[in-house]
Every structure is written in structure tokens, then in C-alpha cells.
Unconditional design. Structure first.
Length: 483
């Protein structure tokens, strides 16, 4: 389990064996290592039970499972909807990019944002060493001894996010932010309206003292091939203060032009680049975003044959919703790519729940949600943060307050009224706790949110007395929204 996940943009072609050896040696004996061993044992036990269950199945049961799988395939295909235009936009190495923009001396150096306990992101030079988000900083330092770790500055990231969201809102007022640095937009209605107009749109490019080779019209590609062969290059230089106004850039009215325009405007206003994926559903749009990162975009045509061709060679880990544990469980069945999911669809039906097997068959067919969460009703909204060990109550409450303030921004922007507040706590021994409280009338303000989260945290601190509550992660989640 303690191995490199190299499916992230900028981590292609690394020496995994060498990197995994360093990860193993540097983590051995740490709490992180002990927790990973515990999790590995649990996964191996699940794989063993899965194997035993499969071994006990008869040929008749396998045949029945295939019949059921084919019935699900037929049902899903009959409902295939390729009429929507969904765009996923993801800022490139967001936290790191903000820090490099504000301190240009960092731009050519391997750097990451976070702490020795956990990194939130890394820039592309650092990724060439195997350094990535969700990696303990002390392990990252072993992979790259000259790595610079910059602390988090959430006020700066929120300020940039506000600008970017303002741009999104012009194209889809009901866009769905997933975090500070990524969002989904449904451009279907916007494109219909824009294509009625014959004139093209003009935007002026700001000229900076330090210009980026990517300045101008950002790169894009259109293909039915799987991700991995991207040609987009990371910007070598980080723009600084604008001096004047450059030549106008002209944008057309089709979806590729519109997405280029959105990305151009983001870079113009923030001096930061974004990548995008364009497809007919949410699942595919997110996968497409990675295909031409950084500072690129990828368009997958709404054509069944092209979609199936695109999906079949994708590694299963590329799919949002298939994490480390699911990947290992599926690999034990010989499932490596999405084509394998379809080939072994009978095993999915036999060994997984109805919901899980249906999702995996949807993935194999390149199907996904065609309506954004705002249209279906958002189920939850949350954020969390990993940090160095904290046990001082004042510091714990301070972290809790920062999380509440961050989540309150989205709560207010989306007009949400949650009835349930949940805090998530992970101790230094990786024990996970969740505590919730519900309100009949719902939460309506940041002040009420902070008060309810403080109450939950205070009770947990008190429950640990006389020992201190020692945490390495805290999260706040809102759910059960009043319509």
C-alpha cells in the first residue's frame, strides 16, 4: 500500500520501484507506517474473503450473474444521454501556483505546500521526484532533499477562488464548486444562447513584466484516445504585475472556444493557469481534465463509439470514485483497465452490492451524471485539513473556526440551509471519529455554524480528559439541507 500513485498529472514515466523503496525506508517505524500496515492487513483480509466467495460460486451462478450484468448494461444503454455539455475546470497545482506567483524565486524549484506532516499539493518540478499531494512532508523530503515546503495561506487561496468563481458564474450561474480550485459547469444552455449571436468575442491580454510561454490562447486537444499522450507544457515563468494592454484575442462560439475563453480570462485575472475537460457527463469531464494538464483542455465528442474507445484503455484509478482500496480489490480480480470492468461484469454483479456493481458497469460504458448536483439537490458540503500534531485546545478551536469560515462562504453563496453539522477528527494514531448535531430549523449563519462545531469539539476534548485530544486532521461537513 505504501507505494506511489502516479496517476496524477506530471507524474508519468517515473521510476516507481526506486520511489517506492524510498517511501518504504523513510516511513518505516513511523505512525504513518504502522497505520498503513494496519490498513494493508485489512485490505488483504477483504481480498481473501472475496477470493473465497468467488471460489465457492458454481458455473450456474456465474452464468446467472452474466445474464443480470447484461440486463443492467441494456438498461443503462437505453438511458444514455449525450445531450448535455459538462465542463470540469481544475486550477493547475493551485496552492503551489499561488505561492509561486507571489514568490517568483520558487518557480523553477521543487516545492510543495503543507507541512512535514502532510502536503496539500506540489508543483510540477517536485512531481518529477514523486512528491505529490496527500503525502507526508517528511517522506517527500526523502524523495527530494532540496524540496521547499511552504505553509498554507488559505486567505490567499480563497481570494483567488472568489475571482475564478466570478468568471464561472457568467457562464453558468448554477455551477458546482467542488473545492477552492475546481468546479463543474453545465454550458448547454449558455452555448445555445451564444451560438445565436454571429459576432465573436474579444478579450484583451494583459502584458506582464515576466511573460509566460503559455500566454495567449491556452492549448487544447480533441481526441478519442486515452489520456497520457498530452503535449501541453507547464508554464516556465510566472507572470507578475501587468504593465499594459496587449493585442485582443478573438474567441468563437463553439464549446472549445468558450472553454478556452474561460481559461484565458482566469489566467488574465489571476496570473494562474487552469485545465479543463469537456464531455457529455460529469464522470468523463473530470477524466478529460487530466488528459492535457497543465494549462490545456481536452474535448471528448458526444459520440458513443468515441466514448467507449476513450474509456476502455483508462486505468481504473483514473476514475473518480475508485480509490486505493477499490483498486486493490478489483486488481485481485484481474481488473486493471475500464475494458476489464466490462469483460468481468459478471464478477462485479456476483461480488459487489447492486449499487457498487451498477456504478462500475456505468464506468465501463462511459456513463455518468448528466445533471450537476445543484439540479439534483446537493447532499453535503465539507472541507478538511491535515496538520502537524495539535493538542492545545486553543489551537484546536482556531483550526475549527478557520474550517467553519471557509465552508460558510460556500454555504452562503449557494443559499444552503443545513440541518446537520458534522465534525471529523483523526487522532495522531489515525483513529477516525465523527460527531454530529442536528437542528430542526437549520443553520443560517457563520456564527451559528461555528458555535455548533465548537460545541461538538468541546465535548470531544472533555471526553478525553485528563489526557489531551491529539489530532492530525480536522474536518467540518454540512448535510441534510432544507429545500
Amino acid at each position: 500500500r505504501m507505494s506511489l500513485n502516479d496517476h496524477k498529472a506530471g507524474m508519468e514515466g517515473l521510476d516507481k520501484e526506486k520511489i517506492n523503496k524510498i517511501i518504504y525506508e523513510s516511513s518505516k517505524g513511523s505512525r504513518f507506517y504502522e497505520n498503513e500496515l494496519k490498513r494493508e492487513k485489512q485490505v488483504n483480509e477483504r481480498i481473501k474473503r472475496q477470493s473465497e466467495k468467488l471460489g465457492a460460486c458454481s458455473e450456474h451462478e456465474l452464468a446467472e450473474a452474466m445474464v443480470e450484468a447484461d440486463r443492467v448494461v441494456q438498461e443503462l444503454e437505453s438511458g444514455r444521454d449525450m445531450s448535455r455539455t459538462i465542463v470540469h475546470v481544475d486550477m493547475d497545482a493551485f496552492y503551489a501556483a499561488v505561492e509561486m506567483r507571489d514568490d517568483p524565486s520558487l518557480k523553477d524549484k521543487p516545492m510543495a505546500v503543507g507541512s512535514t506532516s502532510m502536503l496539500s499539493t506540489s508543483n510540477y518540478p517536485a512531481r518529477r521526484y514523486g512528491v505529490r499531494a496527500a503525502m507526508p512532508g517528511f517522506i517527500a523530503k526523502k524523495l527530494c532533499p532540496h524540496l521547499i515546503i511552504v505553509p498554507l495561506h488559505f486567505d490567499k487561496y480563497r481570494a483567488v477562488s472568489k475571482i475564478v468563481r466570478g468568471i464561472f458564474r457568467e457562464y453558468d450561474p448554477r455551477f458546482v464548486p467542488m473545492s477552492l480550485d475546481e468546479a463543474y459547469l453545465d454550458l448547454t444552455d449558455y452555448l445555445i444562447e451564444r451560438q445565436r449571436k454571429t459576432e465573436k468575442r474579444l478579450f484583451y491580454k494583459k502584458v506582464y513584466r515576466q511573460t509566460s510561454p503559455s500566454a495567449g490562447v491556452p492549448s487544447e486537444s480533441e481526441s478519442s484516445e486515452a489520456c497520457g499522450s498530452n503535449t501541453a507544457q507547464e508554464s516556465e515563468n510566472v507572470p507578475s504585475v501587468a504593465e499594459s494592454v496587449g493585442e485582443p484575442i478573438e474567441f468563437g462560439n463553439d464549446v472549445k472556444d468558450v472553454v478556452q475563453e474561460i481559461r484565458f480570462r482566469i489566467e488574465n485575472e489571476t496570473q494562474l493557469t487552469a485545465s479543463a475537460g469537456i464531455a457529455c457527463n460529469v464522470l468523463l469531464a473530470k477524466v478529460c481534465t487530466d488528459c492535457n494538464k497543465p494549462n490545456g483542455q481536452f474535448y471528448l465528442k458526444p459520440d458513443r463509439e468515441e466514448i467507449v474507445s476513450f474509456v476502455k484503455t483508462l486505468p481504473i484509478r483514473k476514475i473518480s470514485g475508485i480509490g486505493r482500496v477499490s483498486e486493490q480489490m478489483l486488481k485481485a480480480l484481474g481488473v486493471i483497465t475500464c475494458a476489464d470492468l466490462f469483460e468481468k461484469r459478471d464478477l462485479l454483479v456476483l461480488l459487489h452490492s447492486d449499487i457498487s456493481s451498477r456504478f462500475l458497469i456505468e464506468v465501463a460504458l462511459g456513463l455518468g451524471a448528466t445533471r450537476l448536483e445543484t439540479d439534483r439537490g446537493r447532499k453535503s458540503l465539507g472541507t478538511e485539513r491535515t496538520f502537524s500534531e495539535i493538542s492545545n485546545p486553543a489551537q484546536l478551536f482556531s483550526e475549527c473556526e478557520q474550517l467553519c469560515k471557509a465552508i460558510a462562504v460556500d454555504m452562503n453563496e449557494e443559499g444552503l440551509r443545513p440541518k446537520t453539522v458534522t465534525i471529523k477528527l483523526k487522532t495522531i494514531n489515525f483513529e477516525l471519529k465523527t460527531r454530529s448535531v442536528s437542528f430542526r430549523q437549520g443553520i443560517t449563519s457563520e456564527k451559528e455554524l461555528i458555535a455548533s462545531a465548537f460545541d461538538l469539539l468541546g465535548k470531544e476534548i472533555k471526553a478525553c480528559e485528563p489526557k489531551p485530544l491529539k489530532l492530525r486532521l480536522m474536518g467540518v461537513r454540512l448535510s441534510n439541507f432544507i429545500n
